[in-house]
Design a protein around this ligand. Sequence first.
Ligand code: ADP
Ligand code: GN1
Ligand code: MG
Length: 354
Amino acid sequence: MLEITGSFRFQGKPVRCREYGSGLVNRTYCVSCDSGAKYILQRVNREAFQDPPALMNNIDKIIRYLKPRARSPRETLSLVATVDEGIYARDEAGEFWRAYDYIADSICLERADGPAVFYESGLAYGRFLEMLSSFPLRELTETIPRFHDTVFRYERFKDTVRRDPLGRLREVREEIDFALSREPFAALFMELLRRGALPLRVTHNDTKLNNVLFDRRTRRALCVIDLDTVMPGLIMNDFGDAIRFGANSAAEDETDLSLVELDLELFRAFTGGFIESCGGQMTELERELLPAGVKMMTLECGVRFLTDYLEGDTYFQTEYPEHNRDRCRAQFALFRDLEKKEAEMVRIVRGKGT
Ligand code: ADP
Ligand code: GN1
Ligand code: MG
């Protein structure tokens, strides 16, 4: 049993603790107690999040704000207090830990098995944004500065290419050339933001399908989880990251690139749910740029995987040495397909009523 379980006010005595989920950044465990109660216990990744106490304050504020607005208790996460009434615990190694109630009768999906669940996830992410639309932005810390500043991501990438710390450059020349060829596009949102044409909103910023929990029986979306990156951001990026991950007809790290493409049926389903729940708050420009958000998040994610590969896999958890390279290749393959299907995406978005 992990010693840190003793720091939380769990109901009963923890009797089982196992690694859980498939997140690429934090370490997650599922703890079961002799009372039957279950919890999610997480160690916050200090490489990714420089100020865990500030991050935990963000999460606490967001949850407190959402609770009274939610339709049911299973629609929001609930933090478990520590024995000294805190919202996180620290172990001897200085690591930060937090615990949530396990959301009962929920399932987490890595792939959309059809349009119905993906529509549901669109509703859930849109509703999450809608519920937070009046949350005061200045109360949130940027937990990862410049997280979706794609221009900054490119600066880092080019710096890593210059340094080539592991001598991996020659294995990814094609990917580097591809990334550089699309660099002008990467500035689109940051430029519009600088000109004041886009509003900053409270956004989730990590809208993978596996960050929504579904009801096991009804398969309706229940709860948006993984609140580490909830901070000021752009609505197109939340839309885009969800499509990048969930409407890809293959996995994020697929090595058979002929399988990687945008599934337009899934795209249509998510778009319907998203616009239905938060279309009312979007400006015309935001709405028009939703397909560009899909391209932006796919390109940015590919560049982040490539940078991490060149850096020696210091950020994303990997299962084999070329994992980040393969993830990058799959993202760039998807990006090429998105370029081909952009006009169709625009047509679908325009066709959805608010
Ligand atoms: P990461 O930041 O590493 O992605 P997440 O917060 O997304 O971590 O959690 C990892 C996985 O744990 C999720 O994909 C989900 O399967 C599960 N999970 C997280 N929180 C809960 C919860 N409150 N109830 C049930 N399952 C959860
Ligand atoms: C990380 O933590 P997880 O697995 O939900 C990453 C996202 C990436 C994603 C790629 C804080 O998400 O930005 O898009 O991996 N989260 C962070 O799978 O960097
Ligand atoms: Mg997650």
